[in-house]
Design a protein around this ligand. Structure first.
Ligand code: TYD
Length: 134
């Protein structure tokens, strides 16, 4: 299976004297059609969540308030990404095992997803993830 690599992009802040506005459009800012939106908020301090990869779901992660970090592992590389501005968008490909952590108390992590929720699309076992993507 060939996927693009996950990547962090910075999108425009449209600003004037009233403040800022940032736009995300499907198939333009994010490389997929947006089928589902969810957000993670009021995460308790010290919590780490995620711990999965996907078969097909592509996602875009944006901290619209506060900050958090995302650990990414696609077997070939492991890295940590800091989301600390509403104009930073992490395009997260299905083959990245991901864990979110270091949530600030005001963090609202917005997630745009390419597919509707399907528990069968999750790979929650790390050994299975290695089997699927090695
Ligand atoms: P979970 O996958 O555990 O969150 P995280 O990956 O951040 O650790 O999701 C928490 C619960 O929410 C779980 O019972 C599944 C449910 N859920 C949905 O029903 N629909 C969704 O789109 C998502 C993302 C989760």
């Amino acid at each position: 299976m060939l996927f693009d690599a996950s990547k962090l992009i910075e999108i425009d802040k449209l600003g004037d004297e009233r403040g800022l506005l940032t736009v995300i459009e499907e198939n333009i800012t994010v490389p997929f059609e947006i089928k589902r939106v969810f957000y993670i908020y009021e995460t308790k301090s010290g919590v780490r969540r995620g711990f999965h990869a996907h078969f097909k779901t592509r996602q875009a992660l944006i901290c619209v308030s506060g900050s958090c970090k995302v650990y990414l592992d696609n077997i070939k590389r492991k890295k940590d990404v800091l989301l600390d501005s509403p104009n930073k968008v992490l395009i997260l490909e299905p083959n990245d095992w991901h864990e979110m952590y270091d949530f600030s108390s005001d963090c609202v992590l917005l997630v745009l997803a390419s597919h509707l929720y399907d528990a069968e699309d999750y790979i929650r076992d790390y050994n299975k993830f290695l089997e699927v993507y090695s």
